[in-house]
Write a protein that binds this ligand. Structure first.
Ligand code: GFB
Length: 338
């Protein structure tokens, strides 16, 4: 059905009450193999719902035909759109077409398909990089589209802004219960540890592991070390998203973060300590810093009754152990046999 002809036979009307019951619902986690999607599958296992997944071998979410066929076979009641092309500062800067085109296509296909197949509730995942580079800190949801974006990730940001606007548009025009969450920088088990495309925490963990294996005296940290970032452990995010599905039903996006930030230099020392690496840091200032601050105002989320529970130190320690196990590291073997 073309989007313009969507009628009340399409997406269901918004529920009267803001509490949405997941019990007995068929919940499709789009992007279940990624960092966020795999955490959602772990978290939803504790709910009385049926979790639906489909790998890339089954459907390419950039293709509308594939997505329509998937909706016909999965028949989800709820969709969590965690599928995206993601990457750290270097990948974002190097592959603008991939980050803009793929994320636009995925958002368009999955959101329109949800509306047309009568999905009761959809949660779209954005990112804190949707906010202006110079937004007042901590960043409130109202800062959206108030000033220019950070250039190192504007392609990704534009696609994510389009996705959240599409959710708002379906809510306004057709009454669809589509909501958006904007997480801060994430990390945890299941992350991408490839140094060239990783975000800073997995990137530095991978560098520490290599330095330990090679007996190197320093690791390279990109930029000046002065930018500040807020980091949320991915299992905390998954818990927050389930909370939002239950308790939130409105147009504005909701920020999801911890409310505290750390400099990249302090983060790098925390990572060295968690991994038991005694070497030093070498700052490569030829690499970009990106935005200098990106702290989310999480008062709306707190007002809805949710707060993050995992400290940065604990989250990094857990991620490090997961990484060593997953990558069958010599470091892990040395640690285990010591
Ligand atoms: O995590 P990250 O790549 O992304 O970089 P952004 C955060 C900061 O860490 C930057 C510094 O100042 C980097 O220069 N950094 C230091 C490193 N060492 C490293 C390293 O080894 N690897 C990496 N990757 N960074 C992302 C966006 O921006 O934020 C995404 O690119 C997304 O689109 C994400 O929105 C939330 O925080 O700068």
């Amino acid at each position: 059905m073309p989007t313009g002809s969507l009628s009340s036979a399409g997406c269901s009307k918004m529920p009267e009450a803001p509490i949405f019951d997941l019990a007995g619902k068929r919940v499709w986690v789009a992007g279940h193999r990624g960092l966020v999607g795999s955490a959602l599958v772990r978290r939803l296992a504790r709910e009385r719902c049926e979790v639906l997944t489909a790998g890339r071998d089954v459907a390419d979410l950039r293709r509308r035909d594939d997505v329509d066929a998937l909706y016909a076979s999965l028949r989800p009641d709820v969709v969590i759109l965690a599928a995206a092309r993601v990457g750290g500062i270097l990948a974002n800067n190097s592959f603008p077409v991939d980050f803009l085109h793929d994320n636009l296509a995925i958002a368009n296909n999955v959101i329109a398909g949800a509306a047309e197949s009568g999905v009761e509730k959809l949660l779209f995942l954005g990112s804190s990089c949707i906010y202006p580079r110079e937004a007042p800190q901590p960043i409130r949801e109202e800062a959206l589209l108030s000033a220019p974006l950070e250039p190192t990730n504007e392609w990704y940001a534009v696609a994510k802004i389009a996705g959240l606007k599409l959710c708002q548009a379906y809510r306004r025009q057709y009454g669809c219960d589509f909501i958006s969450a904007m997480p801060t920088n994430l990390y945890g088990p299941g992350d991408n540890f490839d140094i060239a495309s990783a975000h800073v925490i997995p990137g530095l963990l991978a560098k520490v592991r290599k330095a330990m294996e090679d007996d190197a005296r320093t690791i390279e940290v990109w930029g000046t070390g002065r930018p500040r970032r807020e980091f949320l452990y991915v299992d905390d995010l998954a818990d927050a998203l389930v909370h939002l599905l239950r308790h939130y039903s409105d147009e504005p996006p909701i920020n999801v973060g911890t409310g505290s930030e750390v400099t990249i230099a302090d983060l790098a020392w925390t990572i060295c300590e968690a991994a038991g690496y005694s070497g030093g840091l070498q700052f490569d200032t030829s690499r970009p810093d990106g935005t200098m601050r990106k702290l989310l105002d999480v008062s709306r989320l707190h007002g809805l009754g949710w707060r993050a529970g995992t400290s940065l130190r604990d989250g990094i320690a857990r991620t490090w152990l997961w990484y060593l196990d997953a990558h069958d590291s010599v470091v892990r073997d040395a640690r285990v046999t010591a």
